[in-house]
Design a protein around this ligand. Structure first.
Ligand code: ADP
Ligand code: MG
Length: 614
């Protein structure tokens, strides 16, 4: 029973403005008011713990530090009680009636700068205590300060221009907030609903939370603990819980930093790639917390897109403070977090690659595609990512990987470029006509099997100052090597045959010359088009893009020592018709090896004809 009449106070103008927006907003995720009130309760308990360390005379000393929540679906109320430090009358006025505090101030500032009633900002910032008015007809705050001599009060408002404060009796230390729900929001008086929301937003709150008398399981905020004291099983359990995962994590990275930002991060790489079967694109899913309370799960801008396979949590105390000073518009805080986290993760991968290469290669087989994506499009991290790429090559065994740095360390004296061949698999590349010239000269060639590799290589352009060069490009100049033993066309014969081939084969062939890069194959098609490689052409075709239909044009190189070529030179005069058929067939063979032959019907007819002449 109060001994005084309740006293009425006007809200500060900014608060009125804020309440007006909050109450009339159509913001759909009204549920965040739970997060806000529970985080205030948790803050109040945390602060009390500090007070207990320094003060002797604390009210209700024996009261346990917990949060007690009750729902009443008849009365349509939800009550959130904590036994934290509570508020005096002056503090009620200061904290709940003016805009001195962080979240709401930032919200208003961002609103002002946005120039609109952008209610999405409510979700991004949280509007703290006032978010209760999204769902409430009225809010009552019963509060008793930890200071023993202070009287207890009840603060009440319906969110319109004013609030009242009255003295109250029989209160335990802390705050008890009774939210009387609007009719259309009565779902928040249902126990199951609140349980669901508490699990979502407040699983890591460091104090026991009781819902209608039963303690909800809270999970330890592992990321805030000292990593030397955490067992592997605990990490795995946490990963499964937090990421809703069923596998064990492949990698974990637990670190904290104080500069340039205060960060506690616990990041995981899953065992398997979420995009393994190419069915769907993974959504970013690292959650961001501020002192154990969820700010946003699946935070989009926290990491670069090519790290969208990562799981885990990032906690930063700087978050709300910073937000109050910055506008959300420039996203500078998230950008800074992004930078720090990415750098740390790349460093982590570098260490793994160096110290545990086998495990790293397994990681790369599963997740390399993401690193390639980053290497191709993320200019900021390109150099670090290029070092992390792995490929098979002409000197590795099948299934074994090499880095570009190792390739460079094996380069021959005078070799300027890093060579690569794109093909469907190792066997196809080894059997094709492109490798043999490099092999004969002892030049290593990187093997690329994935359709993105072409894109990656042409975007990277260089590694360690060495040009990345496609082995099937017409510009590639290989050093002369001693000609192999055995019969060969003379230079003049080869020249004549080349001219004849060019004339007979028509527009598809830009140039024909005798080759020093061929050893076992009679002919090879080299890409004459600087701007569109065969692989790019195929990709564009698959995506039905313009330009894919421009006619194929290639340069041909012939092997003057090969039996077919020698015979062709001889047949040319004797039976010109037959020679023409063979020439056309040779061109098609070369196009098949290059992956450029699209229509095989003509070729089959021709082959049948040639075989009929046996
Ligand atoms: P913020 O938590 O960002 O400061 P809020 O709007 O959530 O902003 O809360 C405003 C202020 O009201 C808090 O800073 C705190 O001083 C006070 N407050 C809110 N809830 C409680 C509580 N349960 N116990 C004690 N003080 C509280
Ligand atoms: Mg708050």
């Amino acid at each position: 029973m109060s001994t005084h009449a309740p006293q009425t106070y006007e809200f500060q103008t900014e608060i009125k403005q804020l309440l007006d927006i909050v109450i009339h907003s159509l913001y759909t995720e009204k549920e965040i008011f739970i997060r806000e009130l529970v985080s205030n309760a948790s803050d109040a308990l945390e602060k009390l713990r500090h007070v207990q360390l320094t003060e002797k005379d604390v009210a209700d000393e024996s009261q346990g530090l917990e949060i007690s929540i009750s729902t009443d679906d008849k009365a349509k109320t939800i009550t959130i009680q904590d036994f934290g430090l509570g508020m005096t009358r002056a503090e009620l006025i200061e904290n709940l009636g003016t805009i001195a505090h962080s979240g709401s101030k930032a919200f208003l500032k961002a609103l002002g700068e946005n120039g609109t009633k952008n209610t999405n900002l409510i979700g991004q910032f949280g509007v703290g205590f006032y978010s209760a008015f999204m769902v409430a007809k009225s809010v009552k705050v019963y509060s008793r300060s930890w200071k023993k001599d202070e009287p207890a009060h009840v603060w009440a408002s319906d969110g319109s221009g004013s609030y009242t404060i009255d003295e109250a009796t029989d209160l335990t230390r802390g705050c008890k907030i009774v939210v009387e729900l609007k009719d259309e929001c009565d779902e928040y008086a249902a126990e199951w609903k609140i349980k669901e929301l508490l699990t979502r937003y407040s699983s890591f709150v460091g104090f026991p939370i009781k819902l209608n008398g039963t303690v909800l399981n809270t999970v330890q905020a592992l990321w805030l603990r000292n990593k030397n004291e955490i067992k592997d099983e605990e990490y795995t359990e946490f990963y499964k819980f937090q990421a809703h995962a069923h596998d064990d994590p492949r990698y974990r990275l637990h670190f904290n930093a104080d500069a340039p930002l205060q960060i506690n991060a616990l990041l995981f790489v899953p065992k398997e790639s979420p995009e393994k079967f190419g069915l769907s694109r993974a959504e970013p899913s690292v959650s961001i917390y501020c002192r154990k309370v969820l700010i946003e799960d699946k935070c989009k801008d926290l990491l670069p897109e090519w790290l969208r396979f990562m799981k885990g949590v990032v906690d930063s105390e700087d978050l709300p403070l910073h937000i109050s000073r910055e506008t959300m518009q420039d996203k500078s805080l998230l950008e800074k977090l992004n930078k720090v986290l990415t750098k740390r993760f790349l460093k982590f991968l570098e260490d793994e690659a160096k110290n545990r290469a086998e495990g790293y290669d397994e990681f790369f087989n599963e997740f390399g595609i993401f690193l390639k994506e980053g290497a191709a499009i993320d200019y900021t991290h390109r150099d670090s990512l290029a070092k992390l790429l792995r490929f098979e090559s002409s000197v590795t065994e099948k299934g074994k990987l090499t880095s570009l740095a190792d390739y460079v360390s094996r380069m021959k004296d005078g070799q300027k470029d890093v060579y690569y061949i794109i093909g469907p698999n190792r066997a196809a590349i080894e059997a094709g006509p492109y490798l043999e010239g490099f092999k004969a000269r002892g030049l290593e060639v990187v093997f690329c099997y994935e359709s993105v590799d072409e894109y990656v290589m042409s975007n990277l352009r260089e590694f360690d100052g060495k040009k990345l060069t496609a082995a099937d490009h017409a510009d590639v100049q290989l050093d002369a090597i001693p000609k192999p033993e055995g019969e060969s066309l003379t230079e003049d014969e080869a020249k004549e045959l080349s001219t004849w081939l060019k004339d007979s084969l028509g527009a598809q062939v830009a140039e024909v010359k005798s080759s020093d890069r061929l050893v076992d194959s009679p002919i090879v098609a080299l890409n004459a088009d600087k701007f569109m490689s065969p692989h790019m052409r195929r990709m564009m075709k698959a995506m039905k893009q313009d330009g894919a239909d421009t006619p194929v044009r290639v340069n041909l190189e012939i092997n003057p020592r090969h039996a077919v070529i020698r015979k062709l030179a001889a047949t040319r005069a004797a039976s010109p018709d037959r020679a023409k058929l063979i020439a056309e067939q040779l061109l098609d063979n070369a196009l098949i090896s290059a992956g450029l032959l699209e229509d095989t019907t003509r070729m089959i007819q021709r082959l049948n004809k040639l075989m009929g002449e046996l």
